[in-house]
Write a new protein. Structure first.
Lengths: 271, 271
């Protein structure tokens, strides 16, 4: 991973180490018989989710004492430094437990006043990884290949744009109507990407990712990967994504198409 | 692939060679800029689809002259031997062109009077493969691991069953209503599997795969992989799958649950 030498920050190499750790643990459990607990009917959790987050927290506490941590499984530790590590040990637990390799480990380093400054979309089941550093680009790492600098594509119109989401079942009520209305203007839609969809948008394979019912640990890491590839990701009103929010996100390769899509979402929400 | 030594048929080693060929060509084009033609708005095709099918046809014609071939891109060559090779060079072209590694190469050897006798679900983007031979089981090949004999799981009830499909957009009108009615009895549904979903069912990760709008080259190869893993796959009336059919398929791990699901589909279709 020679690309990491381009970055000054010791945090950056550290993010890559966290990814390695997550990959190793995830692959120990992936495609193996696994006991599944449920935090709620819609929120499965496994020993893999918990083991990975515990291991990442230990490493962070040892390396950067005083930094905050906000993880899916073990909640929030307050920050004394202005920095917070936002962690989803397994994003796409439903994919993970059904053997689909689209699950990810998501890591974002959030700096008070600056937003996300470093992030990773780690894909253990695919051996791939996206890493991004604020002001320094996003990179796609694939086995046996040199890291590729990511560059979004710019669709000429909504009618030529392709959208992806993990599942249509994340949209309910008005959200579902707004989503369907937006899709009616597009050339096509896909499902099943989990966090891989955000990476593929950053690398120029999709024009939009739209999702709802998310948490900051689901969207902060992808948001920097996409921004540093030349795209943008906001809530459904165009507002910046941070440690709060209503869980609705829209990522786009182009600012113009992002504005077009927001207006379609708003016009249907207003009905 | 020492497992192939268990099989007498020279056809079996040949199927594995066709898979190798498809993998090599698919990976030359995957994640690269690619021109996309459209046979219809819903049927994209690329140089990869065409190159793979041409190469497979040449190999088959040289090795087994007189065998029939039925391929997605280049149609039917009549059989003089009672055997027909049924080929989908890239199943999931939409996945392929959007960078999703769930696309597959599907190969089925169909023997008149016997049905499918050998088949493969080859996953170039994942380095995985399922191979099945009639009466001799299905095997899952993963990089660096010994082949695993596939065994479906048997859900105790519909309420504990999980279903997958490539996309909800393959169901229209009465089919969509019947599909939605069936889903309302299940614990959950997933999308985005492409042919990988059939392999995962054979290996015990899903209870059902349901799809529509398919062709024989989409479903014949998966049907043997699933049958040889202890499951079954039919049309929506429970009829055997062959070289014709209406393109609707239901695969299940358990005969009891398959019957339950057929009755839910039929009761809604009858409304």
């Amino acid at each position: 991973m020679t690309i990491t030498q381009q970055f000054d920050s010791s945090h950056f190499a550290f993010v890559a180490q966290l990814c390695d750790l997550a990959r190793q643990t995830a692959l120990t459990y992936f495609h193996s018989p696994l006991e599944v607990d449920h935090k709620s009917p819609e929120q499965p959790v496994t020993i893999a989710d918990r083991s990975i987050e515990r291991a990442m927290r230990e490493r962070i506490e040892a390396a950067f004492p005083g930094d905050g941590i906000f993880g899916e499984e073990y909640g929030k530790t307050a920050s004394q430094t202005g920095r917070t590590w936002v962690l989803d040990p397994i994003d796409g637990t439903k994919a993970f437990i059904t053997g689909m390799p689209t699950f990810a480990c998501l890591i974002a380093l959030y700096q008070e006043g600056e937003g996300v400054v470093l992030s990773a979309i780690e894909m253990p089941g695919l051996g791939e990884r996206w890493l991004a550093a604020k002001g320094q680009g996003s990179y796609w790492f694939k086995p046996g290949l040199a890291p590729e600098r990511c560059q979004v594509r710019k669709a000429a119109s909504l009618a030529e744009s392709l959208i992806t989401s993990t599942t249509i079942d994340m949209f309910h009520g008005d959200d579902l109507r707004a989503y369907q209305a937006l899709c009616s203007h597009l050339v096509g839609r896909r499902f099943g990407g989990d966090a891989y969809g955000y990476g593929l948008l950053a690398s120029g394979f999709f024009d939009f990712v739209i999702e709802a019912d998310l948490q900051p640990y689901d969207y902060l890491a992808p948001s920097l990967v996409i921004a540093e590839a030349g795209g943008l990701m906001t809530d459904w009103q165009g507002g910046a994504l941070g440690l709060g929010g209503d869980g609705r996100v829209l990522a786009a390769g182009s600012a113009e198409r992002h504005a077009d899509a927001l207006s379609k979402l708003a016009s249907d929400h207003a009905k």
